[in-house]
Design a protein around this ligand. Sequence first.
Ligand SMILES: [Fe+2]
Length: 509
Amino acid sequence: MPISSGFYSDLTADLQKCCFLRPVNATRFFLLAALISGARLLAQHPFAFGVASGDPYSESVVLWTALEGISGPETLTWECSQDADFTSIFTSGSVQTDPEHSGTAKVVARGLEAGTTYYYRFWWREHVSPIGRTKTAPAPNAMDPVKLAVVSCAHYEAGYFYGYGEIAQRSDVDVVVHLGDYIYEYAPGKAGWKVPGRVHVPDHEIVSLNDYRTRYAQYHRDLNLQAMHASHPVIAIWDDHEIANNSYTTGADNHQDDEGAYSQRRAVAMQAYYEWMPVREEHSEGYRAFRYGQMLDLILLETRLDGRTEAPRTDAGRFAPLAEHHLMSENQRNWLTERLQSSSAAYRVLGNQTIFSPLDLGVLPTKRVKDHNPDAWDGYLEERENLARLFPSVAPVVILTGDSHCSWGFEGPGYVELCTPSITSTNFDEYANPLVARFAGFLLWLRNRNLEYVNVRDHGFLTVAFSQEVAQAEWIYVQDIKSDEPWRVSHRRRRIVHPWTKNLLTKRR
Ligand SMILES: [Fe+2]
């Protein structure tokens, strides 16, 4: 490929933007230049969307890739090895794809050893994909420590996905839990905040199957996103923006009548999701569970499409959720109850979309937010109370939550709730200056006595490390998601979660 005159200036910019390739000195710069040249070539490569793995069990894992620009059915082969150089192939096979699946290919690699790191790659004709690394879950009777990275809310236009890139660098993460808003459905310019050069395609709100596929393809070209997928398995569940803002079973705030039938939009959004994400096909309802040995049962909820009724209205100025407002179907509620009560693991961990704990926002001197967020569990009080009533008898429960774009640590009887900040999507920092945003967090902390930790201004992710003795949460922030200057993780916050006490987070009183 000929190198244009602007190549090296572009290259410098790419190096600075690409989190996992930080230039720190001249030698490293030129080494990295070679890697970026490879990445540039990759952009023209049929495997330009990278590789991914997900939904790990102790003996199997999903492997994923996509081919660009194919016009008919194609066969790929795949290889899985315990060595990064593929000296010996542990297992291999072939998988079909075609334009009807937008070139995406997904296979379940089986017969794997528990708690083991594997490397994988795909071949198509003479082309080979980037190498991915994945890890199976521990054996059912193992008590191995487990570390989760928890992410949500990555709006392409709102910033660079540096948080994903930081996760890619961490060798101590066992699995990434993605709690949704993996894509956003909006037309260009609707991010609330926009960085130059990151513009949504297609150039309108996505509604059709082709629209959703095009948007996923754009997100999968992001090098930070690719790096995260290539480095760790991901357990993913959608939130609302994979369909449309504030979606529920029969509609969405951001779905209008002139955009066609909601049921049709929902169906194509889910089709594209299952094509582009490394999730097992058999769980079409989304909710499902993963066992990490005797250490934790990860129970993934689906609170958007399965049974959610429209959020209660607050038009009358009174917040009055009704008993008939549900977030889950009866089937899911029964499944969840059974899972919680039958679990023998050291921890029960819920993967959840919207904030579970009560959160009074009324202290904020702004009309921008309501006193409570009716789209969160605050709008579905009976459903929350019924579930919360179970927690003391099945403690310790750790709820992992996305959606709010902010970091929160709540405690309640028998549970803690740990909310991950957004990778990029806007929070208080984009609407107010940093001091005001910091003060808003302080006001919220004063007002909400169940709130142990709050940060409403930074972006990044959460890790939770589970051992028999203690579970430790750490919120990790990226300095500036909007800058193409070299980034760094600016600061860290730690909270220790004690597993066997009633109040699980360190008390402030
Ligand atoms: Fe979001």
